[in-house]
Design a protein around this ligand. Structure first.
Ligand code: SAH
Length: 234
């Protein structure tokens, strides 16, 4: 079923306007068709009742309470120096099933906090667009910026993707019955030795993905995708 973002809710009617309305026309959606509409963090099953050049008016049939699949993966992605690479990370980890993305500052990450914060709105838009396309129950949550040295190993399983010192493979870990997983991925230049040691001391397990050195965005997408597919909820 097609999914759209509503701009307004009046009583039991959700309204789609502006750019999103253009998607309704582009997809040739017709009056009488059922749609999934997202509005203020909720997803609704609706029926398109009226379509005008100003708006699509949809009656709410019911709220859809979809639950997100386990485990809930929080990806701590060190912000790539090539900032637009993060757009790719947001889109791809949305598709493969990350729950939350925490843009993270590290020694070799992009450093300009103002520029990163300016980019947050864009990442939220990318997350919404991926949510529409891949039919996840809710958009990837984009959390405020964090600092690598402040990360805590507070999930059921805490992993550090490390192409240098990662002795373990994902196959060596017990991925069953996990509710929460934290995954830390370095920027293009990787972690410094101190950063990698600090995270290990804090309880993050260093893991190496087989067989080559990956780009940061590839590591993030593969790491999240493998964990989602190999773990079995209890
Ligand atoms: N410049 C570094 C590569 C960094 S790759 C070098 O020369 O080695 C960027 C990040 O992607 C790394 O910090 C790590 O988090 C992740 N990564 C890349 N390949 C990986 C692999 N094979 N296993 C685990 N993590 C990997």
């Amino acid at each position: 079923m097609d999914r759209f973002i509503a701009t307004k809710k009046i009583g039991d009617t959700l309204i789609i306007e502006g750019e999103e309305l253009q998607h309704i026309f582009a997809k040739r959606i017709k009056v009488g068709q059922e749609l999934e509409l997202f509005f203020e963090d909720k997803l609704y099953l609706c029926l398109l009742e009226k379509l005008t050049p100003k708006g699509a008016f949809c009656i709410v049939i019911k709220e859809l309470e979809l639950t997100a699949p386990l485990p809930f993966i929080t990806l701590y992605q060190c912000v790539p120096v090539e900032l637009r690479t993060m757009d790719f990370v947001v889109e791809k980890v949305s598709e493969v099933g990350a729950y939350r993305l925490v843009p993270t500052l590290s020694k070799r990450s992009f450093q300009n906090i103002t520029a990163i914060n300016k980019r947050m709105e864009r990442w939220k838009r990318v997350a919404l667009s991926a949510f529409k396309q891949c039919k996840r129950p809710r958009p990837l949550e984009i959390a405020p910026l964090a600092k690598l040295e402040e990360l805590k190993a507070d999930a059921d399983l805490n992993l550090l993707l490390d192409n240098f010192g990662g002795e373990k493979s994902l196959k060596d870990l017990n991925l069953n019955g996990l509710k929460t997983v934290s995954l830390v991925v370095g920027p293009e230049g990787g972690f410094t030795k101190q950063e990698s040691e600090l995270l290990r001391k804090r309880g993050f397990i260093p893991v190496k993905l087989y067989p080559y050195i990956l780009r940061s965005e590839t590591a993030a997408l593969l790491g999240v995708g493998l964990i989602m597919n190999l773990s079995t909820p209890s």
